[in-house]
Design a protein around this ligand. Structure first.
Ligand code: FAD
Length: 345
């Protein structure tokens, strides 16, 4: 490997590292991206669903309008670049499951902030959600990694933190000299010696791909579990949510049984169901449910761009822009995502 000097060394080839790398390149920055393609990652598994109103309390995502506009135009422009489509609009039918959700809906329907997102249907237990859809995460990452490889900025390697030498104005890793190193390691960030003081709360999830002889639903069905028919004929059922330690990335028969049992309770009947694939991954969730952006308080060349939890496809395009502006123009990070909200021991 030849010697190289870059603005940014990015660690992690999931959605966070890859979109950050892409945005940096668009702005004329020199980057080098490393990850091991054999390591499992959340992005390889994610359904990519974009949904601004979530949870039993039907909470509207802060800053939803901006996040949605940014991610849609971002994925559309990536689609145009690669001459394909990565983002698909798809409305969602949300089935209220209990009294708590029914009360939440009563509150939300009286709140004009929700008018754009939630609509009543003929059935009082069903809401039609707008501004939902999904990102074909795996297709997008495949295209991006191919392009990075072509540009010679991608290297398949696992970063060992003791291989990094730190100097006043730069860092050095093997053959790379970089002004900054940005860690986008997903849930593995909790083992990073410089950033493990941050309160990660990773959550394992499993997902099934199904085959059926029935016609697939035209809406995303959401009954706590969701069912998503994709443009390429897949029918995805997900996802489990498990924060129990120790975490692993193996598929389990229990998760498969749970998902299939919950499918039976869904208001849709599918004939001849066959499971064609089961996958597991770990979401990089955080204790306060906000991302981690910023630089280490003592080692200013070490940055983190992580903690996008269960909403990576909606959050990452916007926060990649915010992070780059912070680096280039010294713009302050929003307090809610700045890692300065935590104290480093
Ligand atoms: C079952 C499931 C379903 C999901 N569904 C959705 C959904 O519908 N919508 C949605 O928005 N989000 C969903 N998510 C969450 C989504 O996957 C994450 O928000 C997003 O993928 C996080 O991306 P990331 O790049 O931060 O992490 P990851 O995708 O985990 O990527 C981390 C990267 O870092 C690399 N890495 C780690 N350590 C090192 C190291 N030391 N050296 C080199 N490389 C390293 C890994 O190899 C990997 O490339 C789901 C997640 C799961 C598990």
């Amino acid at each position: 490997m030849h010697e190289k000097t870059v603005d940014m060394l990015i660690v992690g080839g999931g959605l966070a590292g890859s979109l950050l790398a892409w945005q940096c390149i668009q702005q004329g920055k020199k980057i080098h991206l490393i990850f091991d393609p054999k390591t499992p990652s959340a992005s390889k598994v994610a359904a990519g669903i974009i949904n601004p109103v979530t949870g039993q309390r039907l909470v509207l995502q802060n800053n939803a309008r901006t996040l949605l506009n940014t991610c849609k135009s971002y994925y559309q422009s990536l689609g145009a670049h690669f001459n394909t489509t990565f983002f698909f609009e798809k409305p969602m039918l949300r089935y209220l499951r209990n009294a708590k959700e029914a009360v939440a809906w009563e509150k939300r329907r009286a709140n004009p902030d929700y008018d754009d997102y939630l609509e009543e249907t003929d059935d009082p237990k069903v809401i039609l959600q707008h501004h939902t859809g999904y990102l074909d995460t795996q297709a997008l990452l495949c295209k991006l990694h191919h392009e990075f490889k072509h540009q010679g900025v991608l290297e398949h390697a696992t970063m060992q933190c003791d291989e990094i030498d730190m100097y006043a104005s730069h860092i050095r890793w093997r053959h790379i000299t970089a002004q900054r190193i940005i860690f986008c390691e997903g849930w593995r960030g909790q083992n990073n010696p410089w950033f493990r003081y941050l309160p990660f709360q990773p959550a394992k999830g499993e997902i099934l791909d199904l085959k059926t002889s029935s016609i697939s639903p035209e809406y995303i069905i959401n009954c706590g579990r969701w069912l998503l028919a994709t443009h390429d004929g897949r029918l995805r059922l997900g996802a489990t949510y498990d924060v129990q330690q120790p975490l692993n990335e193996w598929i389990s028969p229990q998760a498969k049984d749970t998902l299939l049992a919950d499918l039976k309770d869904m208001p849709i009947s599918l004939e001849d169901i066959e499971v064609v694939q089961q996958q597991a991954g770990i979401r990089p969730n955080t204790l306060d449910k906000q991302p981690f952006l910023g630089f280490h308080p003592k080692h200013h060349a070490l940055g983190i761009f992580n903690g996008f939890g269960s909403k990576g496809s909606m959050l990452i395009p916007y926060y990649a822009g915010v992070f780059i502006e912070h680096i280039q123009q010294q713009k302050l990070l929003p307090k809610s995502v700045d890692i300065q909200r935590f104290t480093c021991a």
